[in-house]
Design a binder for this molecule. Structure first.
Ligand code: FES
Length: 187
């Protein structure tokens, strides 16, 4: 006579084989769940890898040779304006002669440039994001001969540091490197 089978889900015997089967089922389900998550997550991770063309746009090359002393150019980098200014010695001197105690966001000029004459800053006012004036020779440059943001009256100096007005911080310095004495790569 065939032995009676245990009810579904009940232990099969004193050796605990029913528990073992349940553990196996749980493990199997867990493995399927893990595979499922893997399949769902991978496209997200893949889509976060920037394509080559996006990477190329993430840096901007600037030829400094045509920018005469006292002139500035504006280049776009990641959708934001970047001011590149060729500072004459008197502008560098003015920035360095300013005591840090007079600054709202104290930062020595030397910490904001890689080469004395070249100032590279984001052209985005740190108050509410307007683009300050001061790039063209005909622009108002504010009380400190740098940039003036007409939106609410912020004045920046020749190091792009906030000197007066509601902006709380200096114009930000983006990451950049000199790829030659007359060329920089921003980003
Ligand atoms: S956005 Fe520049 S002063 Fe307000």
């Amino acid at each position: 006579m065939a032995p009676a089978t245990a009810p579904h889900g009940a232990p099969h015997g004193a050796d605990g084989s029913g528990e073992t089967r349940r553990d196996f089922l749980k493990l199997t389900t867990g493995a399927f769940a893990a595979v499922g998550v893997g399949v769902v997550v991978w496209p997200f991770i893949h889509s976060m890898n920037p394509a080559r063309d996006v990477l190329a746009l993430s840096s901007t090359e600037v030829d400094l040779a045509p920018i005469a002393a006292g002139q500035a150019v504006t280049v776009m980098w990641r959708g934001k304006p970047v001011f590149v200014r060729n500072r004459p010695p008197e502008e560098v001197q003015a920035a360095r002669a300013t005591p840090l105690s007079e600054l709202k966001d104290p930062q020595p000029d030397q910490a904001r440039v890689q080469r004395d004459q070249w100032l590279v800053v984001l052209g985005v006012c740190t108050h509410l994001g307007c683009v300050p004036l001061g790039q063209k020779s005909s622009d108002p440059k504010g009380d400190y001969n740098g940039w003036f943001c007409p939106c609410h009256g912020s004045h920046y100096d020749t190091s792009g540091r906030i000197r007066r007005g509601p902006a709380p911080l200096n114009l930000a310095v983006p990451e950049y490197t000199f790829t030659s004495p007359t060329q920089i790569r921003i980003g």
